[in-house]
Ligand binder design. Structure first.
Ligand code: SF4
Length: 456
């Protein structure tokens, strides 16, 4: 591990690269009609890639002050039935254009809180999906759950539908942190949900943590990490809190001077990496840990790991269709994002339209750079000849400026520039966002103002 002072030099705003180009580059010129044309185009021909489906359930009962998701806070459960009926109609609007031979190999419900739906509403939603798409028998079916709201009946319903992956928000077990972020979640509630998942035989249980929250210290987070290790999830996601109060006004509810910054955050991260790896987890990179037998780690070793809007995934090469407000689709060489406001989304669906409002079609240079950023973030190395063969370029010639930028990282021991490949060191993994930024042509584009959370 290199010194924290060295790492701190790189603390600056930067994207998380769940897409490239990042969402601020997309625009309304790529509206629903263009997306519809792309859907039709990418569903003709043979040997079409399998599908991944994402459903966004935006509702939550209370607001966590750190929240960076697209959530709607309400206690009115009545929203769930209406929203589910719109998801059904959105699927009915799109699915006629999608080739039925294409199998869904990945399905994910995120939010918000999917457990805002009752168990029977979950069954209705799944039934609509199965009516409109062909779900593979061995598909990966995942759902994000809030331990405070999820009941045993929810889990039984999910298990009965074939869901096999549960991801639950924990963030931090420290009561002072929980109070400051307005998310009181006693430890026994989390333990209870994990126990239920184990008893019902879910294949994989993931816990989400966040570092960078109010009042967190190395000592306090050590206790949280120990508790998580004791709970023994299959995967741990440890996200860097994205402080973007200009976009998420409610984040101002947390006092700025209670947030740990650069050095302390890095020390928390360093401690947690040491603790989780000592406990037998592998640091996949950026924000994920998994057990050595987990398919995420196996995919990483086999260089088939992929990164999309849900983070790291083993399902590379799918076309991804997103449903519900704000959800993002990645189809062929384009991105499309759905309407953000409930009323605009409902109007689009009522009109029988595709519910997207903006998007982007990648050109050759975008595809090339997306490939590089994805491989660097998943494999932590990049073989130049692989890129040259795929994209018909001479790497050193095409990326002369970018390689120059990377020299700074080599001086600090964060990466090694071999003649034939770029290799990121263990310390460099922490700064993978910064390294990826060297290949992002839009960060410097004149007239384009983009604001991101800090990389550390
Ligand atoms: S439960 Fe999740 S989505 Fe809902 S407010 Fe809290 S952080 Fe946001």
């Amino acid at each position: 591990m290199i010194s924290i002072d060295t790492l701190l030099k790189y603390d600056r705003p930067g994207p998380r690269y769940t897409s490239y180009p990042t969402a601020p580059v997309w625009d309304e010129a790529f509206g629903p009609e263009r997306f519809k044309a792309k859907i039709i185009e990418t569903n003709s021909g043979k040997d079409l890639p399998p599908l991944s489906l994402y459903f966004h359930i935006p509702f939550c009962f209370s607001l966590c002050f750190y929240c960076g998701c697209h959530s709607i806070i309400t206690k009115n459960r009545g929203h769930a039935g209406e929203y589910t009926s719109y998801l059904k109609r959105e699927m009915e609007n799109i699915s006629p254009y999608i080739n039925k031979d294409r199998k869904v190999i990945q399905l994910h419900w995120g939010g918000g809180s999917p457990d805002f739906l009752s168990p029977s509403e979950m069954e209705v939603l799944y039934g609509c999906i199965a009516d409109n798409f062909t779900i593979a028998k061995d598909a990966e079916l995942g759902v994000e759950l809030d331990p405070r709201e999820t009941t045993l009946d929810h889990l039984k319903a999910l298990k009965g539908l074939g869901f096999n992956r549960i991801s639950m928000g924990v963030q931090d077990f420290d009561p002072a942190v929980q109070k400051a972020v307005n998310r009181i979640q006693p430890e026994d509630i989390t333990r209870r949900l994990v126990t239920w998942c184990r008893e019902l035989g879910f294949y994989s249980v993931n816990t989400d943590l966040i570092y960078g929250l109010p009042y967190q210290t190395v000592e306090s987070f050590k206790k949280t990490s120990d508790t998580v290790i004791d709970i023994n999830p299959d995967r741990i996601a440890m996200f860097n809190y994205a402080h973007v109060p200009w976009m998420k006004k409610h984040q101002k509810m947390m006092k700025e001077d209670t947030l740990p910054h650069g050095r302390e955050k890095l020390e928390i991260l360093k401690m947690a990496i040491e603790k989780f790896t000592e406990a037998g987890y592998v640091y996949i990179g950026m924000d994920h840990f998994a057990k050595p037998q987990d398919e995420l780690y196996i995919a990483q070793k086999q260089k088939t790991l992929y990164r999309n809007f849900q983070g790291y995934t083993t399902k590379a090469g799918c076309d991804l269709y997103g449903f519900g407000i704000t959800s993002i689709s990645m189809v062929g060489n384009c991105y499309a994002q759905n309407q953000k406001a409930l009323k605009d989304y409902y109007s689009a669906v009522d009109a029988g339209m595709i519910a997207s409002y903006r998007g982007y079609e990648l050109n050759h240079d975008d595809l090339l750079r997306r490939h590089i950023i994805t491989r660097l973030m998943c494999d932590f190395e990049l073989t130049k000849s692989d890129v040259e063969e795929r994209y018909g370029i001479t790497f050193d010639h095409y990326f002369g400026k970018e390689l120059k930028r990377l020299e700074l990282f080599t001086d600090d021991g964060l990466l090694i520039l071999h003649p034939e490949k770029i290799e990121i060191t263990d310390s460099g993994r922490i700064l993978i966002r910064n390294i990826a930024m060297a290949f992002d042509v839009y960060l410097e584009a004149p007239g384009r103002k983009m604001k991101f959370s800090r990389t550390i």
